[in-house]
Ligand binder design. Structure first.
Ligand code: F6P
Length: 321
C-alpha cells in the first residue's frame, strides 16, 4: 500500500477533521501517501484532489465541519459517474479509499468496490448515530451536547413563562439524539420514530403534569417522528388548550467544536481505517464496539437496524413521574 485517498461525504459532523487528521498521520507514520478529495464523491468524480501531509492537518482536531468540504453527490448515483471516479483514483495511483460519512456515503463506497473492485473502508461520521456495527458515530456526542445546551436555555424561558416547549432535534429516521437529550435534559416526554405510539397520548401526559403541579414542560421530538414537533404541539394545544412553543433546533446541531469523545473516537477510527487497508480489508466499516475495533461489512451498516437503547427509553419514562 503506497497511497490512499480520503474524503468526507454527506452531512458534516463534528470530529470529521479529527478523523481526516488521524488518517493522514497514521498513513504518514507507515510511509504511505495521502490524497485528499474535496467535496466527497462529487470531487472524486471531478478529479478535485491533492496530496496532503501531516502539516496540512495541523490545528484541525478542534475544528467543526470538514476541511475537505462535503457534498451529497448526484453524479455518483449513476454507474457512469462512479466509473469516472474509479478512473481518477487509478490515474492518481491510489491503492485504497477511506470514506468518512453516513449510510449514503457507505452506499457510494460499496458500489465503487462492487463495480470496480476498488478497496474501500468506511469510517462512521454522522450526528445521527444510526449505523449498525458501531456503538457510536463521530459527531453524535457533540450534537447531543449542542442540543442539550439549547434545551437547558429553552427550559429557562419555558419555566419563566410557564409554557410547554416542544423541541425538535435531528436524527433523520432515528431517535438516538432525541432519547439521549430527553434523559439528559429531564424531558417530560420523548417521541422517536422507533416507537409508533400515537401523538394523542401527549394530551394525557400534559394533563397529568398540570395536575401534578408542573407549570412548564419540555417535550423532545425526533425529526423522524411522524408530524414532527409541529404535530405534537398541535395535539397538545387542541387537547388541552395550553400555550405551547415549538423550537426546531436544526443545523446548529451539526456545527461547533467536537467534544473529547468525538475527537477520541475519530482518532481511533481514522487510525483503524488505515490499518484495515494495510491488512487487505475492504468493503467494511471500522467501528467501536464495547471498547474494541470492529470491522462490519458496509452493506450490514444500513441493512441491519441499530435500535435505540430501550433501557434508556424506559428510564426516560420512569424519571418523568
Ligand atoms: O444526517 C445528518 C443530518 O443532519 C440529519 O440529521 C438530517 O435529517 C439531515 O442530515 C439534514 O440534511 P441537509 O444538511 O441536507 O439539510
Amino acid at each position: 500500500l503506497k497511497r490512499v485517498a480520503v474524503l468526507t461525504s454527506g452531512g458534516d459532523a463534528p470530529g470529521m477533521n479529527a478523523a481526516i487528521r488521524a488518517v493522514v498521520r497514521t498513513a504518514t507514520h507507515n510511509g504511505i501517501e495521502v490524497v485528499g478529495v474535496r467535496r466527497g464523491f462529487q470531487g472524486l468524480h471531478e478529479g478535485d484532489m491533492a496530496l496532503i501531509g501531516p502539516r496540512d492537518v495541523a490545528n484541525t482536531i478542534q475544528r467543526g465541519g470538514t476541511i475537505l468540504l462535503t457534498a451529497r453527490s448526484h453524479t455518483w448515483r449513476s454507474p457512469e459517474g462512479r466509473a469516472k471516479g474509479a478512473q481518477n483514483l487509478r490515474d492518481w495511483q491510489v491503492d485504497g479509499l477511506i470514506v468518512i460519512g453516513g449510510d449514503g456515503s457507505f452506499h457510494g463506497a460499496h458500489y465503487l468496490q462492487q463495480e470496480h473492485g476498488f478497496p474501500v473502508i468506511g469510517v462512521p461520521g454522522t450526528i445521527d448515530n444510526d449505523l449498525y456495527g458501531t456503538d457510536h458515530t463521530i459527531g453524535y456526542f457533540t450534537a447531543v451536547e449542542t442540543a442539550l445546551d439549547a434545551v437547558d436555555k429553552l427550559r429557562d424561558t419555558g419555566a419563566s413563562h410557564e409554557r410547554i416547549f416542544v423541541i425538535e432535534v435531528m436524527g433523520r429516521h432515528a431517535g438516538h439524539i432525541a432519547l439521549e437529550v430527553a434523559v439528559a435534559g429531564g424531558a417530560e416526554e420523548v417521541f422517536i420514530p422507533e416507537d409508533a405510539k400515537p401523538v394523542d397520548g401527549v394530551v394525557e401526559i400534559v394533563k397529568q403534569s398540570l395536575a401534578k403541579g408542573k407549570a412548564s414542560s419540555i417535550i423532545i421530538v425526533a425529526e423522524g417522528y411522524p408530524g414532527g414537533a409541529e404535530g405534537v404541539s398541535k395535539a397538545i394545544h387542541e387537547g388541552t388548550g395550553q400555550e405551547t412553543r415549538v423550537s426546531i433546533l436544526g443545523h446548529i446541531q451539526r456545527g461547533g467544536t467536537p467534544v473529547s469523545s468525538d475527537r477520541v473516537l475519530a482518532s481511533r477510527l481514522g487510525e483503524a481505517a488505515v490499518y484495515a487497508l494495510m491488512d487487505g480489508k475492504s468493503d467494511v466499516m471500522v467501528g467501536r464496539q464495547g471498547g474494541g475495533i470492529s470491522h462490519i461489512p458496509l452493506h450490514e451498516t444500513w441493512e441491519k437496524k441499530k435500535d435505540v437503547n430501550r433501557d434508556l427509553y424506559r428510564c426516560a419514562k420512569t424519571l418523568s413521574v
